[in-house]
Structure formats: C-alpha cells, structure tokens
Design a protein around this ligand. Structure first.
Ligand code: SAM
Length: 352
C-alpha cells in the first residue's frame, strides 16, 4: 500500500539539516563577515541560511523554485558577491545552470559553498563543480551531508554563461499530430524533452471546445498548453509551475497564455475557473516518491471546474490515484493505458 501522505514536512527537515551543516562550515570559514559584504544565498529551502546571516552581511537571495508563501525568479540579480551559498539543485542540468549564473556574479576569488545530502548526489556534484570552477574541496561532512567549496578563478576553464538567455535552446517535440518546436532551459522536466506520459495524455485528450478555459497544471515548458493551442487556437490557457525557469519557457512557448509561478492553487487568481484542467503532475520530490502535489491537484481541481468541466491527468500505473479520484468525482474513466501510464478523465465533482 502506498502512503499518499504529503512528504513535504520531511523535506523541510532535510533542508534544515543540510542548512545546519552549511552554517557550521560557514562559521569556520568566514568568521568575520562584515555588514556590507554582499552575499548571495540560493535556494535556501527552509530559510535557515538567510535567518542565520541576517544582519551579518548584505544579503541577496535567489530562489528558482517557489514554495507556499515564497516567490521565485528565473535568475539572480546582478552583483559581484563576496560569497554565495547553493542548496544542491535536484538535477545535474539545474546544478550546471545555477553554478554558471552564480559564478558570473562572484567577485574574483570569492567562494561558493554547495551543500546537500549524500543521497541527493552531493558527492557526484563535486566533479561538475570542478569542471566549471577549475577546482573544488570538501570543507565539511556531517549528518550525512557534505559542503563543497569552489572559488571564482581569475580564468575559469570556460567563461561563465551568466544569463539565462545563454542557455535557451529550441527542441522539436515529436507529437502524434506533428512536431512542435519548444524553447527549453536546463533543469526543466524530462531534460527539456517530450515525456512519454505527456505524449499519451495529449493523444488521448479530445480537443477542448473553442474558447475554452484550460489550465496546464505543472506546465514545465508549457507543452500541454502549446499543443492544445495548436489544435484549438482561441483557447484561453493558464500555465502554472513552481519552477520559474519552466515558467519562463512556458511564457515563450505559450505567448498568449497567462503564466503563474507558484507551488499551490493559491498562486492562481481566486476567481479563475476552467473547462479543462490538464496535467502530468509531479510524483517525486528530489529522488523520492511524493504524491502531495498530485493529491492537492485532485482535491482542489473540483471547485475550479466550470459546469461540465473535466480534469485530465496522466499518472504512472503504480501510483494509487484511483481511490483519491473516486472520492472527489462522480464521473471517472481511464481513457488510455500503457504498461507504464494511465490517463484519467474525472468530471462532476462532489460538492465540497
Ligand atoms: C511531470 S512534470 C510535467 C511537466 C510538463 N507539463 C510536461 O508534461 O512536460 C511536473 C511539473 O510540475 C512542476 N511542479 C512540481 N511541484 C509543483 C508544485 N508544487 N506546484 C506546481 N508545479 C509543480 C514541476 O516543476 C514540473 O514542471
């Protein structure tokens, strides 16, 4: 039996542990931070690093990923920082992007400290850091965490690519009804390519009626909205994702849409209602399964559907979503299935 519980509390605890190890290392390395030293704090999950450094230096923060109550931006502001910290990003591509964006905003010789848990891949991150900065050292290992330090070299192995636009690529996504060119950036879902589940969802989904309001929940590059707009050009599409870099791609791929960055329903206008809510929802947090977002999507979609509206999702077969859907919707059908995925259509939500 799968635990459908929201694991986010556990992840906040992990962030806290990693941050405590970083702060220990930081105290040992930088005992004399001055109030006007500019410091860049990146993806400080639980806010522990900012809280500890407040008042000791001049803080700038960058969060790529929004969380409830925390906004995000696609890249850090300008600067020549005396120090930067980076909570290990969830993918190799996102790490590479973050290291370049940070490297370009460090003063010469200034350190960046990258920290994370061993089981998140912090050991393997060392090689990537070395490739970009020229050298790396381990400065702390405690509580199954590791802190790595690199300094901005006078001449890095290759110049830092410090603008998000330096990373923009256009990839053809091979949809059933023909290829579609998509703008992608590093760290977007499915390595910025077409996911098998998304392709299956789009193939199973009938065209929404002309002028329909469609929500692409967890939009990534915006492939769902872009593909539906190609089929029905006057749809009114909203794209939501908690990753600002993904939202930036969706802005470019779905230029007529409305784009929101946030981790929950509250990121959307309270009055918005939809004829279709369509999603390939996230089922992982880091490397672990987590169905919290899926649960909140299924439970929260009902009151946001217009009369006759439908929720369409694609989920891996092993995810026990059927029961949660049955609890919320009077009409439920599996519209397509493969050895890996099922596409669900849910309608007629029970009154809240
Ligand atoms: C499985 S991917 C699907 C992406 C895209 N729709 C596609 O089909 O390629 C799930 C997406 O949900 C986003 N996501 C994860 N947690 C989220 C949350 N709490 N709120 C909104 N989006 C979230 C991820 O950034 C990712 O882009």
């Amino acid at each position: 039996m799968f635990d459908f519980a929201d694991n986010s509390a556990r992840f906040i605890e992990r962030d806290r542990t990693a941050a405590s190890v970083l702060l220990g290392a930081l105290d040992a390395l930088q005992p004399a931070l001055k109030p006007d030293d500019p410091v860049l704090v990146v993806d400080d999950g639980a806010g522990e690093v900012v809280a500890a450094l407040q008042g000791r230096c001049t803080l700038t923060t960058w969060r790529r990923f929004a969380s409830v109550g925390q906004t995000a931006t696609p890249f850090p502001g300008p600067g020549a920082h005396a120090l930067a910290t980076l909570r290990l990003p969830r993918s190799r591509e996102a790490l590479e992007l973050a290291l370049h964006l940070i490297g370009a905003r460090l003063a010469e010789g200034a350190p960046v400290l990258v920290y994370g848990h061993n089981d998140e891949g912090i050991k393997g991150a060392a090689r990537r850091i070395e490739e970009i900065f020229g050298s790396v050292e381990v400065v702390d290992t405690r509580k199954h965490c590791r802190v790595l330090l690199a300094r901005r070299p006078t001449s890095p192995p290759a110049p830092f690519r410090g603008q998000l636009s330096d990373w923009r690529r256009v990839k053809p996504f091979a949809l059933e009804d023909g290829p579609i060119d998509m703008v992608v950036y590093p760290g977007i879902f499915a390595h910025g390519g077409l996911d098998e589940g998304t392709a299956m969802l789009l193939a199973a989904l009938p065209d929404p009626p002309a002028g329909a309001h469609v929500l692409d929940f967890g939009c990534g590059s915006g492939i769902i909205g872009a593909a539906l707009l190609r089929r029905v050009p006057d749809l009114r599409v909203q794209c939501l994702d908690f990753d600002q870099v993904a939202v930036q791609a969706a802005r470019e791929n779905v230029p007529t849409g409305l784009h929101r960055c946030g981790a929950s329903w509250s990121a959307l206008p309270a009055y918005s209602r939809y004829d279709r809510i369509v999603s390939n929802p996230p089922i992982h947090l880091g490397r672990d399964n987590d169905y919290g977002v899926l649960k909140r999507l299924v439970e929260g979609a009902g009151i946001r559907l217009l009369d006759g509206g439908e929720l369409w999702i694609v989920v891996q077969r092993q995810v026990p979503v059927q029961k949660v859907l049955q609890d919320e919707y009077a009409e439920l059908s599996c519209e397509a299935e493969s050895t890996r995925f099922r596409v669900w259509r849910a309608a007629a939500p029970f009154a809240p």
